[in-house]
Ligand binder design. Structure first.
Ligand code: PAF
Length: 272
C-alpha cells in the first residue's frame, strides 16, 4: 500500500492511476470500515482510502479535539485488508476551500442538533472528489442521512461518480459499529443495544406503523434513561415524517444519548 502524506505527493503519482474506488474516513477504523474496503475490493478498480479528521464538520470543538487518533493502527488495517493507497492530507486541504451549502434536507434528523455539520461534510468531500477524481465512492448506511446527501450532491452536480451504500455492521448484540462505541462503559454498551431492539420491534410491527407505535418506543427508551434526540418514521429521500408503508419504503431513524455519547442507527422498512 502506498501512503501519501500530502495532496502534492498524491498529485505527482495520480497521472499513472487508472479509475479509483474511494473510501473517505476520519480514521479510528473498525469493522464497519473494513466492510467498506471489502465491498470496494469486489470492483475492478484500485482502492484508495483517505484519513482526515475534518474540523469543518464538528460543531463542538471538544468533540473535534477529542476525536480518537489511531493513525498507525488505521494504516495497518487498511494494508491488511488490501487497500492500495491511502491519502492522509495535512490541514492545508481546507485552505481556500469552496464552502458547500447542503440542501434543506440537511436540517432534518441529525442536522437539527448539529447545525452546519453536513455543510462541512459536503465541503470536504467535494474537495476530495476534485483531488482524487474517483469512479466509485463507498459510504456506510449507518449514516443514512450522509449517504443520501452525498448521493444527491453527486446527482445535482452531474459528477461522474457512482455511489455505493454499504449495510451497517453490527456487534452480535445488534449494536451498530461506531468509533463512538469505544467511549461507552460496559454497562452503557448493554443499554445501547436497546436502540436497535427498538428499531427491530418497529420493523416487526410495520403493518401497524403509526405515530403511536413510534411514541411508545420513544417512551420505553426514555424509561431506560436513554435521552432520545429523535426517533422518526420518515420518507427515506426527504426525511419528512411518514407512515405510508403501503405506498413506499420507509426509513426509521434514531439518534439518542446513552450517557454522554450520541449514537445513531436506522432501519429501512420495505413497502408492504
Ligand atoms: O463519515 C465520515 O467519517 C465523515 O463524515 C467523512 C465522510 C469521512 C467526511 O469527513
Amino acid at each position: 500500500m502506498i501512503v501519501f502524506n500530502s495532496i502534492k505527493e498524491f498529485n505527482k503519482a495520480k497521472e499513472n492511476f487508472d479509475s479509483l474506488s474511494f473510501i473517505p474516513t476520519m480514521g479510528n477504523l473498525h469493522r464497519g470500515h473494513i466492510s467498506l474496503i471489502d465491498t470496494a475490493k469486489e470492483y475492478k478498480n484500485k482502492v484508495i482510502a483517505s484519513i482526515y479528521i475534518n474540523k469543518l464538520q464538528f460543531n463542538d470543538k471538544n468533540d473535534y479535539l477529542n476525536y480518537p487518533k489511531t493513525i498507525e493502527d488505521d494504516i495497518n488495517i487498511l494494508e491488511k485488508h488490501g487497500c492500495d493507497y491511502v491519502l492522509i492530507p495535512d490541514e492545508s486541504i481546507i485552505e481556500n476551500i469552496i464552502n458547500i451549502k447542503a440542501p434543506p434536507i440537511s436540517n432534518k434528523l441529525c442536522g437539527q442538533s448539529r447545525p452546519g455539520h453536513f455543510d462541512g461534510v459536503l465541503t470536504i468531500l467535494n474537495k476530495f472528489f476534485q483531488i482524487i477524481d474517483p469512479e466509485i465512492v463507498f459510504f456506510g448506511k449507518k449514516d443514512y442521512q450522509q449517504f443520501v446527501l452525498v448521493r444527491d450532491f453527486i446527482l445535482d452536480n452531474n459528477l461522474n461518480i457512482k455511489i455505493v451504500g454499504v449495510d451497517t455492521v453490527r456487534e452480535d448484540s445488534g449494536l451498530a459499529l461506531s468509533s463512538r462505541n469505544n467511549l461507552l462503559s460496559n454497562q452503557e454498551k448493554i443499554i445501547a443495544t436497546e436502540l436497535y431492539k427498538a428499531l427491530k420491534d418497529i420493523a416487526i410491527n410495520k403493518t401497524n406503523l403509526n405515530s403511536n407505535l413510534i411514541n411508545l418506543k420513544k417512551d420505553y427508551l426514555k424509561s431506560l434513561d436513554i435521552n432520545v434526540d429523535y426517533l422518526i418514521s420518515c420518507d427515506p429521500d426527504t426525511f419528512e415524517e411518514c407512515y405510508k408503508i403501503n405506498e413506499k419504503d420507509i426509513l426509521v431513524a434514531i439518534a439518542a444519548y446513552v450517557g454522554k455519547i450520541r449514537l445513531i442507527d436506522n432501519i429501512k422498512l420495505t413497502k408492504l
